[in-house]
Design a protein around this ligand. Structure first.
Ligand SMILES: [Zn+2]
Length: 306
């Protein structure tokens, strides 16, 4: 497996979202945090990709990050992702015999006994420090863009860099950037069910084609925000993506579209179509956890050509 493919899978972890009754809905942070804690342990020589122990160190590193990103009543329970990350297909928690998969609650009393191993190609990729760095950055861009500085700070252990036993950092065979943008696109199209948030056009070809007329647009461009969280995205058809990126139309914090005054309906029917969007509601996904963030909508509104 290539690093780009691994990053695509990290972008699509089955994290689950919190119910509306528990405050502002959001994705649960546990799985990406546990992976980052596991990478820490490997950096420090306390774990290897095929033996990541359930230990106090992994709980501590999980907790340190959890306290930075927790929202509302998120619970600090690293045992849950340690067990349930198994569902994502590359993490295998096993009993002390090293064989039997864990199908029960993991307890504090299991410390030092049970462990997990990476599988499905991740065990080879994660062995390389440079790949762990890229995967950490991808996890932060996708799940915690607003905490990038703290989560990627120098407080992280540096031992991997000076560890002579670590395999030399080798240049990845492919560009992780492409995995990142493909994964962002897939996630946005899934959330919006391939429908343009402006005109409602939906084109959903069979997955085998792997092409789409609907784009995943960033609200605040990735180059500026390093933010691939789905709340920094919007599904748009080619026309409306083009128009938004040229600041002729903008989605606003009240979840309605605004249009630029430079558009003149007498000049062309395309401009008349864009003007028709004024005051229309954004077509948003059901799950409020994925509604566009206010900051991105404000930013777009400010860019609109007056
Ligand atoms: Zn459209």
């Amino acid at each position: 497996m290539l690093i780009a493919a691994a990053i695509e899978r990290l972008y699509d972890l089955n994290v689950g979202t919190t119910p509306v009754q528990e405050g502002a809905p959001h994705e649960k942070p546990h799985k990406p945090l546990l992976l980052m804690a596991a990478f820490d342990l490997i950096d420090e020589g306390l774990a290897t990709p095929d033996h990541i122990p359930w230990c106090q160190e992994i709980r501590d590193r999980f907790t340190a990050r959890f306290n930075l990103v927790r929202k509302h009543n998120d619970q600090n329970n690293p045992d849950l992702p340690f067990r349930y990350l198994a569902g994502d297909g590359f993490w295998e928690p096993v009993e002390a015999d090293g064989v039997t998969p864990i199908r029960r609650q993991i307890l504090v009393s299991d410390i030092g006994k049970v462990f997990a191993r990476l599988t499905d190609g991740f065990e080879f990729l994660v062995a390389i420090p440079e790949n762990r760095r890229k995967m950490r950055e991808a996890l932060v861009a996708r799940y915690f863009p607003h905490h990038a500085a703290a989560l990627l700070s120098s407080a992280l252990p540096q031992s991997a860099i000076s560890d002579p036993l670590s395999p030399p950092a080798k240049v990845a065979e492919d560009e992780p950037e492409s995995g990142r943008s493909t994964a962002f696109r897939r996630k946005i199209l899934e959330i919006y069910d391939h429908q343009c948030a402006a005109c409602g056009l939906r084109i959903k070809l069979p997955a085998a084609y792997d092409v789409s007329f609907i784009d995943a647009a960033h609200l605040i461009p990735f180059a500026d925000s390093r933010n691939d969280h789905p709340t920094n995205g919007l599904a748009l058809c080619k026309n409306h993506h083009w128009a938004m990126d040229r600041n002729l139309i903008a989605p606003c914090p009240d979840h309605h579209w605004r249009v630029s005054h430079v558009l003149d309906p007498r000049r062309s029917n395309g401009e008349a179509d864009l003007l028709d969007l004024a005051g229309k509601k954004l077509l948003l996904p059901q799950d409020q956890a994925f509604h566009p963030a206010g900051e991105g909508l404000e930013w777009r509104c400010k860019q609109l050509i007056a």
